[in-house]
Design a protein. Sequence first.
Length: 406
Amino acid sequence: MSAILWLRRDLRAFDHPGLDAALELPDVRVIYAADPPRSSFQNDAVTAALFELSNELRERGLELERGTVADIINAKPERVIVTADYTPAGLRRDKQVSKALGGGIMESLDCNYAVPPGVLHTGTGGHYKVFTPYYRAWSECGWEAPNLACAGGQAWADWLEFLEYRLPGYAEQRDRPDLDGTSRISHHLSVGALHPRGLLETLSESDAPVADRQAFARELAFREFYADFLYHRPETATENVNPKFARFRWDEATEDFECWKDGTTGYPIIDAGMRQLLATGWMHNRVRMLVASFFTKDLHLPWQLGAEYFREMLVDFDEATNQHSWQWCAGTGTDASPYFRIFNPQTQGKRFDPQANYIKRWVPELAATPAADIHAMRNLPERYPLPIVDHAEARREALARYQELR
């Protein structure tokens, strides 16, 4: 029987049911066929994962090929093994490929989540629209035990390093961009070099304080909540969860959009985050919230525009998380931040980067400026740009526009 293991966002050699099944077959090809990366950062992450996986497969007698969906269809295999893709585009693609191959040929043996989208339901049979009750159900549901006997590689090493050195204290430090307090494994999850069930298994065995373990598990649950919501409401990848926001008066993208992308808004914490993104393809999660709030509530630009830019830039891009995090910040989404919650970039910078170390790292024009002056936005060097908007005025305008929807 000719078979193909079709890889997409599952680029690992362990805890991989599809690969385990493929290794038992006498005639199988392993083909990576996925949408091309949008940025050099995404390309580097995929390339690194493929290189490592290719070496692992070769040791097991398999060659990793790079191909296209058309290559898979034209090969006329008798069996195609995949890891389920629950994104709207992924579901459409797999339905089309399955139809082209013929019934019963395409087989899904796994997915990229501990609890697959569509599994959890409310007491009335609907899907969860608020995170807290979803989190309770998710925590009680449980997940398949991972197969970690052959766990290894760079992604796994990065995870173990976090478990040992940075998980203790995670609950308190995760919101501080000036500290090395996050896991830095999000890009591994994005390409499937790690699976959440393996993280949860080893997390439960960690000696770190319970509060830190729970805080990290909660972040994994948020990722799965957004995936579940998008599965049930695929249109919300581009449309407001709350339909009344279709009437919201957004501005047209002008020079302000370019200043935001370039990190030249005149607001130090915003500029630091955007320059970090430009330089590395990654941004601290707290700062992602701040730049998204600034984009939607200070610049009054539509969240879809900012979300699309993140899609193009983020090394760890995940559609469900990205789109719905943007909607949360804009106040349009599920479990959304209240419309009247508008982050003040100055007070947020002072609170989460008190010594301005994060700002000074990514905005070198301010390296010699005292932190107090940076946070007060006074006595800044002439080469640093002036603010493109007045936050107080922009806040009042945003609130007035939100009031129009009531």
